[in-house]
Design a protein around this ligand. Structure first.
Ligand SMILES: *Cc1c(COP(=O)(O)O)cnc(C)c1O
Length: 239
């Protein structure tokens, strides 16, 4: 077997293992089959690795670093991929994000939201966005606080270039399963409260759960798990 064949066969094993985990968790939590979407987080991975998963049927890919993402997109022009931006957003990067992605999960301030909306090309559908919420309360993490969320949601919902779809959380990593549940439950409750308080909103997306905690997220109602290492293996270090 060539190195390329070995890599493709490893990708297939990981892809099928992740899908098995996902299906088992959906069944175990008595969720509707097909109610949890798999986003493949391909940061630090090569275009070839993205193409391997694409060949297995994966279509949604998430990237954290804009420059890397744009290079990958240029290397794979013929693939019909739905690209999601999931990393921190600097306001001088909003134009490229607005032009080259279908989704953004990490909106956490009005200035960035407004720029994304203004810069979204009018021939593309509105950018699908989630607001990132800091549910574990650490100072270092990005995301709005639960207290400032309603005001930001109300203003994002007014922006014509954006469609507010839901909330995203990146809780502090922990192997404590009950702590995982607490963070995810909090995000689910925040979305339910928003839908209740702002009757014009119809938020339907909870972006939560990664390689280490997707079962807890599925149990708490996630609609999109963002999975990197379980699909691609360990990431190469940031250069
Ligand atoms: C890296 C990353 C992931 C994937 O994490 P894994 O533990 O590798 O599955 C998901 N979401 C965000 C925002 C990330 O930065």
């Amino acid at each position: 077997m060539s190195a390329q064949d070995i890599s493709a066969s490893l990708a297939q094993q990981r892809f099928s293992a992740v899908n098995t985990r996902l299906h088992n968790a959906v069944a175990h939590s008595q969720r509707e089959p097909g109610s949890v979407k798999l986003l493949a987080v391909s940061k630090m991975q090569t275009p070839q690795q993205v193409a391997e998963l694409y060949d297995l049927g994966q279509r949604a890919f998430g990237e954290n670093y804009l420059q890397q993402a744009l290079e990958k997109q240029q290397a794979l022009p013929s693939l019909d991929i739905e690209w999601h931006f999931i990393g921190p957003i600097q306001s001088n990067k909003t134009r490229d994000i607005a032009h080259h992605f279908a989704w953004v999960h990490s909106v956490d301030r009005e200035k960035v939201a407004k720029r994304l909306s203004d810069q979204r090309p009018s021939n593309l559908p509105p950018l699908q966005v989630c607001i990132q919420v800091n549910v574990s309360g650490e100072e270092s993490k990005s995301g709005v606080t639960p207290e400032t969320l309603p005001a930001l949601a109300a203003s994002v919902a007014e922006l014509p270039g954006l469609q507010l779809r839901g909330l995203m959380a990146l809780p502090a990593p922990t192997s404590d399963v009950s702590a995982q549940h607490l963070s995810f439950k909090k995000l689910r409750e925040l979305m339910a409260q928003l839908n209740e308080q702002l009757s014009t909103l119809k938020l339907d997306t909870l972006s939560m759960g990664m390689s280490g905690d997707m079962e807890a997220a599925i149990d708490e109602g996630t609609t999109m798990v963002r999975v990197g290492t379980a699909l691609f293996g360990p990431r190469p270090p940031i250069a």
